[in-house]
Design a protein around this ligand. Structure first.
Ligand SMILES: [Zn+2]
Length: 191
């Protein structure tokens, strides 16, 4: 084989490696910056819910740029023209301000206010836990506006998925629910 072919193979190999590294960098950026986040808005120092344009950031990362911007904010459209200074908070701790992280941390180590079962690994997609608000009504976490979430975590209490379903049924169909008081006989049957 001539030297020319060796050079061509070597160039193609280097090119492919470079391309893969760029793709990995883009994918890593996407995975880091996707998702809903809570930040403290530098303008009014209140909680705001934002999303980073993760797809765009990934493409920029692939061409070697470090440019991030928001794709959504709970203070838009009023504050659409702001300087997006909150991005500094996201850059500093991208994982900590993710709504998933905040919610997971809130449930972990705690127990359901009804059945007292401790929260283990949370199955967000099929059995998401809920919260008990100040009016003693159970609600799903995504019913709370994200920018109010931080505040709600200070006043609401955690409820497991099963108890939330049972309590919702009890609230919506009180005529179908018979609450029998527990008697020593009934309790002894269960224990
Ligand atoms: Zn429960």
């Amino acid at each position: 084989m001539s030297l020319m072919i060796y050079l061509l193979i070597a160039t193609a190999f280097l090119g492919a490696t470079y391309l893969i590294l760029r793709l990995v960098r883009g994918l890593r950026t996407y995975l880091t910056f996707r998702g809903q986040r809570l930040v403290s808005c530098p303008e009014n120092h209140c909680a705001a819910s934002v999303r980073v344009a993760a797809g765009k950031a990934a493409l920029e990362a692939m061409v070697g740029k470090q440019h991030r911007m928001l794709s959504a904010c709970s203070r838009w459209p009023e504050r659409k023209a702001c300087g997006q200074e909150c991005l500094a908070q996201i850059e500093e701790a991208p994982k900590a301000c993710l709504v998933w992280t905040i919610m997971n941390r809130w449930y972990q180590g705690d127990q359901c206010v009804y059945c007292r079962k401790p929260f283990g690994e949370i199955h967000w997609h099929d059995h998401p836990p809920a919260l008990l608000d100040r009016e003693n009504k159970t609600i799903e976490w995504n019913q709370i506006p994200p920018e109010k979430l931080q505040e709600a975590l200070g006043t609401h209490r955690p409820v497991c998925w099963s108890c939330h379903i049972a309590e919702t049924f009890r609230r919506e169909h009180p005529e179908k629910v018979v609450d029998r008081p527990s008697t020593p006989l009934r309790m002894s049957l269960y224990h």
